[in-house]
Design a protein around this ligand. Structure first.
Ligand SMILES: Cc1cc2nc3c(=O)[nH]c(=O)nc-3n(C[C@H](O)[C@H](O)[C@H](O)COP(=O)(O)OP(=O)(O)OC[C@H]3O[C@@H](n4cnc5c(N)ncnc54)[C@H](O)[C@@H]3O)c2cc1C
Length: 401
């Protein structure tokens, strides 16, 4: 597909007023917000400025998430699974996900879909620039970039520079910070090797590297799959280190079968309950910057959609915008799990194995979506050793920072 080109007559230089909304960052959260605003009749005439350092997007990530119903991006789903599996040593379990479906979207399909939709709106303006700062005067927020600035009644920012993230990760506080980091190869074999109906969520039969490591295998067909070596740990690896583990895994499972690497992706997602930034009206933080990532799993796509729904509801009702989404009870569970992983109090592989051994996928998905009932929480917790989790919970409850 051709690179997206903002409409020339709708660049920021053609408008010198104050925007109703500025969206700083056209990634997952910025574009999800834009799409939702433009799909809402009472909001879709707002003057909106979208800023990103580049609108020439690449397929830099694939998003997976689960839903029980068709979502707003249903037309973009490139693969669905209704079964998942988890493996550790001789333990191997395949679970039906009903009523949830595990779904995948290619990043580039998402970017193109939203940008092409937005291009039809004359009230959406574009600025391709590197934003240097966002501040505010008495009434408005001001976004500055090299060679320009714009004012907005509200600014939604998802700008979280990776170096800022690293420095947050290095800060010594009582609140653990881990990385979920991975490299994935989209591979195609020359014969049928995968069961395309089952997403292999976690295969712990890989080098744990002194942390929690697993292979994540998402078969798109019987020959083609995204195979990702993933670690939850304090530091990230060199790209070649992930490749070694993927090669070992493929050779072990499919010896002497030829395959080709079609695409690669890499990522490092923060796993922490530390706050990166707080919304301060009229500047609101969204996405990873706005703590939309579920800290115990690294899943964010679903939570970004929830955050966007919450924001759009506030805009429609002209209420103060709230960007916080992780409710306290589930965030507390996340914090306890992170504490245990960070201080190495129990093997992550053993924790996840026990959870998947003793619970239905539905209960686990609800728990991980922050929508489980207390009774369902209790069933998950019953799978785990009280002697490890109770002292960790007490520590988390009484810590500072
Ligand atoms: C490879 C990868 C795979 C992932 N897979 C999943 C998954 O399967 N499921 C899931 O739930 N989550 C997944 N995530 C986590 C999460 O969903 C994504 O990181 C998501 O893209 C976060 O959205 P965001 O809007 O916060 O940030 P981004 O999508 O990164 O958007 C930020 C935008 O801001 C722009 N920008 C940054 N700084 C500036 C600046 N100074 N000036 C101008 N523009 C700027 C960037 O160009 C970018 O477009 C994945 C993450 C990665 C990296």
């Amino acid at each position: 597909m051709n690179a997206f080109k903002p409409m020339e007559n709708n660049t920021n230089s053609n408008y010198d007023g104050i925007y109703d909304i500025i969206i700083a960052g056209a990634g997952c959260s910025g574009l999800s917000l834009l799409y939702s605003i433009l799909s809402t009749p009472v909001l879709n005439n707002q003057k909106i400025l979208l800023i990103d350092r580049s609108f020439d997007k690449s397929n830099d990530r694939t998003w997976c998430f689960w839903e029980a119903e068709a979502g707003i991006f249903e037309s973009l789903i490139c693969k669905k699974w209704d079964r998942i599996s988890v493996h550790k040593n001789s333990f191997s379990r395949t679970l039906p996900t009903d009523p949830f479906i595990y779904k995948m979207i290619n990043g580039l399909d998402f970017y193109n879909h939203v940008l092409n939709f937005a291009k039809q709106f004359a009230n959406v303006y574009w600025q391709e620039a590197n934003i240097t700062s966002i501040d505010k005067d008495a009434e408005n927020a001001i976004v500055h970039w090299e060679g320009g600035m714009a004012k907005g009644k509200k600014v939604f920012s998802s700008l979280l520079p990776i170096d800022q993230l690293y420095s947050i990760s290095q800060k010594s506080t009582d609140t653990p910070f881990l990385w979920q980091h991975f490299k994935g190869h989209l591979v195609e074999f020359d014969s049928n090797v995968f069961d395309a109906n089952v997403a292999r969520l976690m295969d712990f039969n890989v080098d744990q590297k002194g942390a929690t490591g697993f292979m994540y295998v998402l078969p798109l067909t019987n020959r083609k799959a995204l195979v990702e070596y993933t670690l939850f740990s304090k530091t990230i690896l060199q790209p070649a280190d992930y490749t070694v583990e993927i090669n070992i895994y493929l050779e072990k499972h499919f010896p002497n079968v030829n395959y080709e690497i079609l695409h690669e992706e890499m990522g490092a997602i923060p796993m922490t309950t530390r706050s990166f930034a707080k919304s301060s009206p009229p500047i609101y933080v969204i996405g990873t910057l706005g703590n939309a990532v579920k800290s115990s799993t690294g899943y964010a796509f679903h939570f970004i959609q929830e955050q966007v729904k919450q924001i759009v509801t506030s805009l429609v009702n002209e209420k103060e915008v709230q960007t916080e989404i992780h409710n306290t009870r589930h965030q507390f569970y996340d914090a306890v799990l992170l504490y245990i992983l960070y201080y190495d109090l129990m093997d992550g592989s053993e924790i996840f194995k026990r959870i998947f051994e003793k619970n239905k996928a539905t209960t686990i998905f609800k728990f991980l979506s922050n929508t489980s009932t207390i009774w369902e929480d209790f069933r998950i917790m019953r799978s785990l050793p009280t002697r490890t989790f109770l002292p960790a919970a007490i520590k988390v409850l009484f810590r500072r920072g």
